[in-house]
Design a protein around this ligand. Structure first.
Ligand SMILES: *[C@@H]1O[C@H](CO)[C@@H](O)[C@H](O)[C@H]1NC(C)=O
Ligand SMILES: *[C@@H]1O[C@H](CO)[C@@H](O)[C@H](O)[C@H]1NC(C)=O
Ligand SMILES: *[C@@H]1O[C@H](CO)[C@@H](O)[C@H](O)[C@H]1NC(C)=O
Ligand SMILES: *[C@@H]1O[C@H](CO)[C@@H](O)[C@H](O)[C@H]1NC(C)=O
Length: 189
């Protein structure tokens, strides 16, 4: 092998090595450490209208299947019911604590043979602690805990993305439930 050939081989190996290592570097950056950049815990309180609590209710059935009505959630795992809510958000699990914002949106029951729902809502904050919105969407298996997506935000939560773990903190029949929302943002600006 001539000297030129040796140098060519060396240069080629070096190039391969460099491109290989930079690809690995890129992958590492993309994969990144999977740690949240911000974590927060809130509670929200839903009081569903049941024909008797118009003053107290924070949510209402706005859609029902033909076999149901908009006063009482339908049978068959509430399949087909759509509920719109405007619920107070608190920092602890007390319904009567001063709210820091409102949870506003809807849930709809989307499975007949099993209890599941679909959630789409925002947290709207206009307090001294927080100002802005966080947008949530996702399937709710109504298990003890489940994850839904944080798909965006504005203000203090500009471009927020992450996961929110929902835990049922309390239930009183079909009228009241309280959810703990543990937000883990993986993108913060
Ligand atoms: C409103 O509803 C909640 C949940 O059912 C209940 O704990 C509370 O006492 C009610 N408040 C009034 C004023 O009826
Ligand atoms: C709604 O349906 C429930 C049973 O699912 C029934 O008890 C109630 O009377 C109905 N209410 C109205 C206003 O039709
Ligand atoms: C937010 O709070 C400020 C100050 O309390 C108030 O002036 C403003 O109207 C509120 N905005 C909304 C959209 O509620
Ligand atoms: C929900 O809980 C049930 C019963 O504990 C379990 O079989 C199911 O896999 C859970 N579903 C999800 C999506 O975690």
């Amino acid at each position: 092998m001539g000297a030129t050939r040796v140098i060519e081989t060396l240069v080629l190996s070096l190039l391969l090595f460099l491109s290989g290592s930079s690809a690995t570097q890129r992958q590492k950056t993309r994969a990144g450490p999977r740690l949240p950049c911000k974590q927060m815990v809130f509670y929200f309180h839903d009081i569903l209208y049941n024909g008797e609590n118009a003053k107290n209710a924070t949510s209402a059935i706005v859609g029902a299947p033909a076999w149901g009505n908009r006063t009482i959630l339908a049978g068959q795992n509430h399949f087909g019911n759509v509920v719109v809510f405007d619920d107070p958000i608190t920092l602890d699990n007390n319904l009567h604590s001063i709210p820091v914002g409102r949870a506003q949106g809807f849930y709809l029951y989307d499975r007949k043979d099993y209890f599941t729902a679909w959630l789409g809502f925002s947290f709207f904050f206009n307090s001294t602690q927080y100002r802005g919105t966080i947008i949530f969407a996702g399937a709710d298996t109504l298990n003890k805990t489940r994850d839904i997506s944080v798909i965006g935000g504005t203000g203090d939560f500009f471009m927020a993305r992450g996961i929110a773990t929902l835990t049922i903190d309390a239930v009183e029949g079909d009228v009241y439930f309280r959810l703990q929302v543990y937000i883990k943002l993986f993108e913060c600006w």
